[in-house]
Structure formats: C-alpha cells, structure tokens
Design a protein around this ligand. Sequence first.
Ligand code: AHM
Ligand code: MG
Length: 336
Amino acid sequence: MQYKKNQTLGEFIIENQDSFQYSSGELSKLINAIRLAAKVVNHEVNKAGLVDILGKAGETNIQGEDQQKLDVFANEKFINTLANREIVCGIASEEEDDFITINSNDERHQNKYVVLIDPLDGSSNVDVNVSVGTIFSIYRRVTPVGTPVTLEDFLQPGNQQVAAGYIVYGTSTMLVYTTGDGVNGFTLNPAIGTFYLSHPNMQFPEDGTIYSVNEGKYRHFHQGVKDYIKYCQEEEGDRPYTSRYIGSLVSDFHRNMIKGGIYMYPKSSVTHEGKLRLLYECNPMAFLAEQANGLATGGKTRIMDIEPTELHQRVPFFCGSRNMVNKLQEFLDKYH
Ligand code: AHM
Ligand code: MG
C-alpha cells in the first residue's frame, strides 16, 4: 500500500489499484460508486434534524418533493448508483426481500461483482441525532458472466469477500474499507466533498477495556456470555473494564477498533439466532476486523467460515480485539 500525506480517496484508489489481486480497475470503479452514494446519503443524513422544517417521511415538502424515510432513501441511492455503473451484476440489500439482478439477459455485460449492503444500519438512532452507518460487502460472482445472477452468487462464505467496508455518519463522516490488504479510513471534508486518508492501516489494539453489548437483554443470554460480562465487571488489577454501547454497530465497531474493545450480539432465549445479519452486517465487519488484527466469531465458528443458507440469515456475533475475543471464547467453551 502506498500512503501519502493529504491523499484523497480517489488518488488512493488509483495508486493502489495494482495491489488488488484482480487488478482490472473494476473494483476501483465500484469503490468509487460507493464513495459517490455515501456523499449523497451523508448530505441527507445531516438534514435529518430538520424534519419538522423540511417535512416528515411520507409528506410532500414545500418544493413539492416527496420526503422519504432515510433508510429507504439510502437504499435507493446505493442501489441506483451501483446499478448504473457497468460493474455490478447483482445487489442484495437488508432492505429488500430478494436480491436484484442487473443486466440479466444481455451477454455483452461482463459485470463480475455482487454487492451486499445494509444501507442505513442503526437507523432507529437517526431521530435522536446519534451516528448511523452503511455497511457493504463485495464478492466475485460464482456463476458465469453474462448470465443472470443466482442465489448462489450471494450465499458465499465471508472468506470469499474481495472487499468490505462501512461509512460512519458521525461527528465526521468516514469511509473505512479493506480489499484484503489492511484497513484504511478516509474522512470527508464536507466543505469540498472530498474524502482524505486520515486513518492509514487501522489496527485493533491487541487488547482493550471496552465491552459493547445490550445488557438490558442479560437475563436471556447464554451462560458463557453472562460469565464473560461478569468477568468484565470485576476489577482486574487496576484495569477495570468499561461498558459502551451505542446500539449502532458501525459506531460501536469503529470506536472499538480505535480504542480496543469487543462488540457482542449473542443469541438469547428470545432471539434464538441473535439479531445481526450474516451477509449484510457480520461478514463485512468480520473481514474488516481480521484485516485490522482483530477477530470475529459466532461463538463456535469463525464468522467468515459460516456457510450461508439464506439471504437474511441471522447469527450471534462477537468481534473485536484479539485478546478479548479469545477470553470470551474461553467462557463460551466451558458450556459447549
Ligand atoms: P438494524 O439493521 O435494524 O438497524 O439493526 C442492527 C442494529 C445494530 O446497528 C445495533 O448494534 C443493534 O441493532 C442494536 O440492537 P438492540 O437495540 O437490540 O441492542
Ligand atoms: Mg442493519
């Protein structure tokens, strides 16, 4: 990877194109499309607090434009931006029941990539001015180019991802992604609409003190998870753990990657498979985590080795600093 001072995302993509294993420029085009959609969605997310002034979802605003819910808006923007470029042959979105086929009946189209996306994760936070995110995951199709994509192209294990990333719409807007050669973060300068390389080669600290879990659901957790939480709550020498949970996966993950921590969404006696979706949330975050020296497990199996069986499959998810995930695993293993 070549890092340069004041490098823009556009420059970074071009300059590092050759380090990508299928170096044909297509993946670069794809990341560029995501960058473009991210800026449009960012603009809309920033206006969310003006809902009483600009009009609510489902209403028509003063300019006669229909107002959409932000997650619907983000879904459309990402899908349209990707579909309009000749790179992607299929898209699956957390917001759509089924996958979308692009250019299905035209053999001239050589598009190789499928994109899976959670357009606006944590969207319940929008109304209270808390950070939300977009998560994306990119695979090469497994069926022949020029034919319509099939479910098989989307149900690939995470270890087949060629790229993954997220956009966090926070106090700053950042795009963080990997193409399998480390993780890099770019911060948007909103004045000129340009992403700059601000966080080269991001790494989870080997160890951390933050645990992120919805403790309101504690009663329903598996005993191994309960024991680990209890372990975290006990002081260990002079280094007590601290609990931080935003309820917005991208933001919790982002903080933990910078400061050192573990994110947990276990299965429970109520949500038997957990809540998070393997294809749209867990696999891309797991790819990023591993590329940043962290770990991601479903409790029994490495997240990226799980064979998906359906598009909207949910799995338990534990992800973060290596030593913390390994410690948790010790507690989980006691009950297997
Ligand atoms: P969503 O895709 O419906 O937004 O749900 C995913 C979000 C994650 O961002 C977050 O970590 C989690 O759900 C919070 O869930 P809970 O409120 O059950 O703790
Ligand atoms: Mg989501």
